[in-house]
Write a protein that binds this ligand. Structure first.
Ligand code: MG
Length: 165
């Protein structure tokens, strides 16, 4: 099964910018109830979507104090646990970040490693791309940041049930 996820966050001066579980050095960061990791939010939605298990807002409502400032790595962990408990195995993930700045390239290896670790995937099954929006629209003006993610999951057989690859 294939899953798709999308997320967007507003950017503001003085907020922290955490993407793919990695803190990025930037004067601007995401405004959010959680740590605002737009990339991991899109990925969580892709995983939940593939399994037909709703969306991140249903599982971790931003109205709940429990989730204030929560690490999105922790949310991803919980989503992976849920998939395993439903007997699904993750095959691969493919993510795209859309932001004007800062340059993401230096952070990509660490972000991929973090995602691979939490998802229980080898690095070659974790794809991460980044692009700008050519200074167009709200991303181009630096008002916001977007992320897209896709993934494939399959039914784990009895032998591998409850484990990732
Ligand atoms: Mg979000």
């Amino acid at each position: 099964m294939v899953g798709f996820g999308y997320d967007i966050h507003r950017l503001a001066e003085g907020e922290s910018l955490i993407l793919g579980g990695i803190e990025i050095s930037s004067p601007f960061g995401t405004v959010a109830h959680s740590d605002g990791d737009v990339l991991l939010h899109a990925l969580c939605d892709a995983l939940l979507g593939a399994a037909g298990l709703g969306d991140i807002g249903e599982h971790f409502p931003d109205t709940e104090a429990e989730y204030r400032g929560i690490s999105s790595i922790e949310l991803l962990r919980r989503v992976m646990d849920l998939l395993r408990s439903e007997n699904y195995r993750l095959v691969n993930v493919d993510c795209t970040l859309v932001l004007e700045k800062p340059k993401i390239l230096p952070y990509k290896p660490a972000m991929r490693e973090r995602i691979a670790e939490v998802c229980g995937l080898p690095l070659r099954r974790v794809s991460l791309k980044a692009t700008t929006s050519e200074k167009l629209g709200f991303v181009g003006s630096g008002e916001g940041i977007e992320a897209y993610a896709a993934c494939q999951i399959e039914e784990a057989d009895e032998k591998t049930a409850g484990t990732a690859l």
